[in-house]
Ligand binder design. Sequence first.
Ligand SMILES: Nc1ncnc2c1ncn2[C@@H]1O[C@H](COP(=O)(O)OP(=O)(O)O)[C@@H](O)[C@H]1O
Ligand SMILES: [Mg+2]
Length: 505
Amino acid sequence: MKTLLAIGDWKDFDTFKKVYKQRKFFRGSNIQVKATNYWSVIDQKLPEIKTKEIIIFLCFPFEYWDKYIEPKKYKGIYGNKSFYTKFIKFWKEIDSKLKNFYKNNKITYINHPKNLATDRDKEMTKKKVAKAGVLIPKTYNTRKVKDILKLLENGRKLFIKVRYGSMGKGITYLEKGRWMTNFRFRNGKILSRKSDYGWTFINITNKTRFLSEILKKDIIIEDAIDPLLIKGRKFDLRMYVFKDKVLYTYGRSNDEKAVTTNISQGAIGEKLSFEKTLPKKQLEFAKQSAIKAIKALGLNFGGVDMMLCADKKKAEFIEINAFPGFPRVRRYNLSRYFIKDIIDNYGDNIAIRKATIDDFDELFKLRLMSKKEELKYSNTLKPITKSKHYYREYLQFDLTKPDRILFVAEDRNKIVGAILAKFFTPLRISRYHKEGKGHISNLFVDKEHRKKGVAENLVKSALEWLKSNKVPHVSLEIHMDNKAAIKLYDKMGFRHFTVKMVKEV
Ligand SMILES: Nc1ncnc2c1ncn2[C@@H]1O[C@H](COP(=O)(O)OP(=O)(O)O)[C@@H](O)[C@H]1O
Ligand SMILES: [Mg+2]
């Protein structure tokens, strides 16, 4: 068993609650689910977890953010560097507190906390994804009013965004004859809105005083992407990426004349079928870019915003969200697919196959482990240290002789169990002399992978192989004290047949 520990706030109506509420989709896997909040991490009042391995899913810390990073009484300009540095510090603390509390467990993060603030820095994010080969809008380093005016004069359309912003807040759009911002501007000062809402755009065309003020802030300046229009509307695509896969593409469209495609600014979330109306190759290009972008930031899961270009070929990167809100789309349950992929990637995923000589080293280790366990039942075996070379030789036979086969159970490239099946010709007086008899031995599954039906599947594979070799009868031997194995073979229809008796003489 493993534990998925989801950490978030109950105030987070979105990802955290959705995944936790849908934990029934973990049923049947070897992952149990627990949830806690960030205060419990900070105060070290976390739930005890008995499984060795803990997979940690970190959701957005709304309460902490609202209390310490962007409080209501926050006076500074929205999206400045303190947002970022405080956030980095927060994740460092969370990481060390989790590692301290669960020092006897093995922690695997879905997204490592050290990478969870990077996406908040739009400049660094763009650099990293561009380096990975993702197309980004051209960026300008100048902070001079006259350079900007010249760019506009030359027909450029520009976005100026606060470097550490999000949610469509603090955005300025400039084109010749049309300047828009959703900051407020009073008495020569740029002002932020008090809440997340109401960041509507106002017209500030040719207010160079505003321009000169915004250029003094920590900002990024980039070309506006010339967007592909669908039914006269512009749109961006939020691509939910998990590892190498785009789980879901959520289109958000707005009027062609609108500045952004943020839902908070009037865009609407498109239906599931929207994806089908898009040029296929271009969509695929965007998906591949999104996967690259996630990797470039060291994330396993995230939302990447891509915009398809008017050329019907390319797609450009807008931003990454390490905490993408899950879309509200009827009949599409993203958490369910997300959970399925968590199970595929972090749960047990055991497959049975025939062993080859390449498996020798791994199998040898496994065999020694199993013999060590057998010593518990048997006092007639030599200590392993004295018989290692024999075991080596036997395994060599088992992997090469044509009368036998080894099956292995593999959990994502790691061998976790094995069984040996062979056939032989019994004496001429046996009624099976002609067809031969089968024998099963060396069944072993490592401790961590027991009680999941692995042994049963190994036995089934062995029986199928014997059957395909037309062997009508199979036997095996087992120590009386090996109760678990006896139970399994009983269940599979093996009968107790002879009794082996021993005595010291
Ligand atoms: N270079 C660009 N070209 C076209 N549209 C853009 C560009 N940059 C931003 N936008 C629009 O503005 C929105 C907000 O920008 P974004 O970088 O996502 O900031 P935020 O983090 O505030 O959401 C985007 O969803 C998109 O609609
Ligand atoms: Mg955005």
